[in-house]
Design a protein around this ligand. Structure first.
Ligand code: TYM
Length: 333
């Protein structure tokens, strides 16, 4: 059976980008003929400074968000990364397989480290190697992510191929990124050329999963647009990143295609479209955020679910790590 793995960092709250680009699609991928493994990647979060007091809460918030959105722990394995040591052990092996030149090409490192890369943590630089380990410690075949993670999944394929070649084995699968649908690149509401992110400087740039109805309406109302409104067909969105983004968000939330959204609102002004979009977003997000808040009232229960998920994850990861050590020639007593 195909095995799906994906992860999300507990650094700051969840955004509409995380929801449309990842979480909603993870929920949809749960099916009897697919094994699904979803992870709050706390070890990735600490590649940049995290307040220790906030990190556990952030991890629980991710777990609550995933559960509230419909990840079913009876079907999917849901856990946090640091509880399964095999991830970091395999990451070390991959640090010895991956090449410095490969890491130097990672655009996300360049974006996050900024001009002062010398001051970035070594963990931020090696981040993609741990991500490859997250995926390959389960021999996962499919990785649903947003567009911004594509390069990291491609690097995972390079690492799997090089490992298999170096050791003359056919051990790690070559993983497919799954990047489909209108929600894989949700853009910033104030600048349609930048992605919506939890760390962007202004809160008006993003919709947070925990935003209330008034805040969501206000953010869409103030979202940057041009004077032209909804065009008569999809071609009319060319060169209009902000307009395209709002249509894509509507599409992702409604499960209509962008062409259907444009057809439905053809010629409408923003004064019509934006409130409709806000209503749709509230209708989809409010039940999830209400359930999230309810779950977060009982942190012990979340912790229990994550620990159970970690046990199930370890049962898959341990034999794969043992086999890897054997292939590499590491002596085990
Ligand atoms: P992270 O925590 O930044 O984001 C989690 C997921 O949300 C997607 N996403 C978006 N999708 C569409 N539009 C946006 N504006 C947007 N912002 C975020 C991301 O693409 C991602 O799918 N490195 C990963 C976490 C990770 C991982 C893994 C993912 C660690 N190990 C193994 C897959 C497999 C990250 O930082 O995601």
């Amino acid at each position: 059976t195909p095995r799906v793995f994906s992860g999300i960092k507990p650094s700051g709250g969840l955004t509409l980008g995380n929801y449309l680009g990842a979480i909603k699609r993870w929920v949809d991928m749960q099916s009897p003929d697919m094994e699904t493994i979803y992870c709050a990647v706390d070890l990735h979060a600490i590649t940049v400074w995290q307040d220790p007091k906030g990190l556990k809460g952030g991890t629980r918030e991710i777990a609550a968000g995933l559960l509230a959105a419909g990840i079913d722990p009876e079907h999917s394995i849901l856990f946090n990364q640091s509880q399964v040591k095999e991830h970091t052990e395999l990451a070390w092996i991959f640090n010895c397989v991956a090449r410095v030149g490969w890491m130097n090409r990672m655009t996300q490192f360049k974006d996050k480290a900024g001009k002062n890369a010398e001051k970035a943590s070594l963990g931020l630089y090696a981040y993609p190697s741990l991500m490859a380990a997250d995926i390959l410690i389960y021999h996962a075949t499919h990785v649903p992510v947003g567009e911004d993670q594509k390069q990291h999944v491609e690097l995972t394929r390079d690492i799997a191929n090089k490992f298999n070649n170096d050791f003359g084995v056919d051990f790690f699968p070559v993983t497919e990124p799954v990047i489909e649908g209108p929600g894989t690149r949700v853009m910033n509401l104030r600048d349609g050329t930048k992605k919506m992110s939890k760390s962007g400087e202004s809160d008006m740039e993003r919709i947070n999963m925990l935003d209330d109805a008034d805040t969501i309406a206000k953010k869409f109302k103030k979202a940057k647009t041009d004077p032209d409104g909804i065009p008569m067909d999809l071609d009319g969105l060319a060169g209009r990143p902000e307009a395209k983004n709002l249509v894509d968000i509507y599409s992702g939330l409604s499960d209509m295609t962008p062409a259907e959204v444009v057809a439905e609102y053809a010629g409408a002004g923003w004064g019509t479209f934006k409130p409709a979009l806000a209503d749709l977003a509230v209708a989809k997000l409010a039940p999830i955020s209400d359930e999230m808040k309810r779950l977060m009232d009982d942190p012990a229960e979340i912790d229990r679910k994550l620990a159970q998920g970690a046990d199930k994850a370890r049962a898959i990861a341990t034999p794969i790590l043992e086999k890897t050590y054997d292939i590499v020639g590491l002596l085990r007593g």
